[in-house]
Design a binder for this molecule. Structure first.
Ligand code: ZN
Ligand code: ZN
Length: 476
């Protein structure tokens, strides 16, 4: 996949007559060349290191595979159970209790519960060596599942306002918890193969962005040591056997914004007596897109999405307020600031256009902001080399960085130690379905947050092998 992209880029470069574009393409080619060279050097160094140590990666793999396969029935049962019982951010009481019970049952781990409401940390001390933290998140989403699988969720939850929402693990965090429990068992079984301290973290509220900070603020580091390395894995709709681990930037910054349009309510039949906040909010939704396309360079990735609009109760009443819930995505802080300024400008302009008095101008609230995710280049290249050498048939993908966001780095980002982290994306889709899809061009594989998103059961032991291989490498 990497080679095809590179060939295409070289072809365009050779045939491109636009001087500026040629410069940009030259830059891209140079970066690609450096990345490829670094990767090859790491793989080569890895196999040399292993040979020198007399360690056969094939032997290691067969041990890991044996352990993962032997534990597969237990893990699949846990996964299905978690999938049937999804819980929203900071409400993961049942999930947390299961994870804590399983970790305690292993023996060897010191387990701490109730950190940041439902978070768990477990420590396995195993002599002198690096401190490695491995994190899994555990919250689900308000999505109605339509996979039709025997273990599909039918769960619902009553919110504080009395409304009932469907629940689903549509982002695979059930697999993340299961992988962590599998890895915990393998690392304990292989204690003679590594030295150091393993810190496992089961984190609440990733989807709401805030669980990592909540755990740190609630005294995570009074209980566990600050790690030298932070590692995490996320499900992706690639076929099982494919993996993405991008050195450097791999996730956008995210800032949530809530805008309230105030107005004057009236009968639906007499709009001339109202100041209609629904009309104001509707105009704003469209005008925000002009901020995206006309205020910020098109070369800088950035997004404004209005994901929710709340207004009114019935058809014949014009309400007195409308609320827009917005997510902004960005890689540069100046672009985030430009989007926020642009949104405020649109809001004030609409208020002025509708002749609102000053005390009814829209109000804005910012929340849940995270910086872009930037994997440590050395750690990511090291793990890529180690994983390709250790896991037969593993394919590395190199798609561009995504606009998705993560609060994972916030477990260490403000710690007193120099920190490095790497967050990898593991394919969990059914292999045959993926192959069929690329043949007939039809889409049967659904992405994260889609009501048809599904984790193939073969991904459960596979992810456990990937996680264990990565940790064993970091303890070297
Ligand atoms: Zn998600
Ligand atoms: Zn997720």
């Amino acid at each position: 996949m990497q080679r095809i992209t590179l060939q295409k880029t070289i072809f365009i470069y050779l045939h491109c007559k636009d001087y500026c574009m040629r410069i940009e393409l030259f830059k891209s080619l140079t970066v690609a060349l450096i990345a490829t060279t670094l990767f090859c050097v790491t793989v080569h160094a890895q196999s040399k290191k292993n040979k020198a140590k007399g360690v056969s990666t094939t032997d290691n793999y067969s041990v890991l595979k044996q352990l993962a396969d032997a534990d597969s029935a237990r893990l699949v049962e846990i996964f299905k159970d978690l999938h049937l019982h999804p819980e929203l951010a900071f409400n993961e009481k049942r999930t947390s209790a299961i994870a804590a019970k399983e970790l305690q049952a292993l023996g060897g781990y010191e387990v701490f519960t109730g950190i940041g409401k439902t978070g768990i940390a477990a420590v396995l001390k195993n002599g002198d060596g690096p401190i490695v933290m491995y994190r899994a998140d555990m919250d689900a989403l308000p999505v109605k599942e339509t996979t039709g699988l025997p273990w599909a969720s039918t769960a619902t939850m009553k919110k504080e306002d009395g409304s009932v929402v469907p629940l689903m693990h549509a982002c695979g965090h059930d697999a993340h918890v299961t992988w962590l429990l599998g890895v915990a068992k393998i690392m304990l079984a292989l204690k003679d193969k590594w030295h150091g301290t393993l810190v496992l973290v089961v984190q609440p509220a990733e989807e709401a962005i805030g669980g990592a900070v909540a755990m740190v603020k609630d005294g995570l580091y009074d209980k566990v040591p600050i790690p030298d390395y932070l590692f995490g894995m996320h499900t992706m709709p690639y076929a099982v056997g494919y993996l993405r681990n991008r050195p450097g930037y791999d996730g956008a910054g995210s800032t949530g914004m809530e805008v309230t349009f105030h107005g004057i309510g009236a009968h639906g039949s007499a709009p001339h007596l109202a100041k209609d906040p629904v009309i104001m909010a509707a105009s704003a939704i469209l005008d925000y897109q002009a901020v995206v396309s006309r205020s910020i360079s098109t070369l800088n990735p950035h997004v404004i999405t209005v994901g929710a609009m709340e207004a009114g109760t019935v058809a014949n009443i014009i309400p007195d307020k409308a609320v827009l819930k917005i997510t902004t995505r960005w890689y540069e802080e100046k672009d985030r600031d430009a989007m926020i300024r642009g949104i405020k400008r649109v809001d004030s302009g609409i208020a002025m256009m509708n002749g609102l008095p000053a005390d009814l101008y829209p109000t804005e609230k910012l929340y849940n902001s995270v910086n872009p995710l930037k994997n440590d280049t050395v750690m990511a290249n090291r793990l890529n080399g180690a994983l390709v050498a250790a896991v037969p048939g593993l394919q590395l993908l190199s798609p561009p960085a995504s606009m998705g966001s993560e609060d994972f780095p916030y477990l260490i980002i403000n710690s007193k130690k120099d920190y490095v982290y790497d967050y990898i994306h593991v394919g969990v889709s059914n292999k045959e379905a993926c192959a069929k899809q690329s043949k007939d061009g039809k889409s049967s594989i659904y992405g994260n947050h889609n009501p048809n998103f599904a984790v193939d059961l073969s991904a459960i032991p596979y992810g456990t092998i990937i996680g264990s291989s990565a940790l064993l490498e970091l303890f070297k």
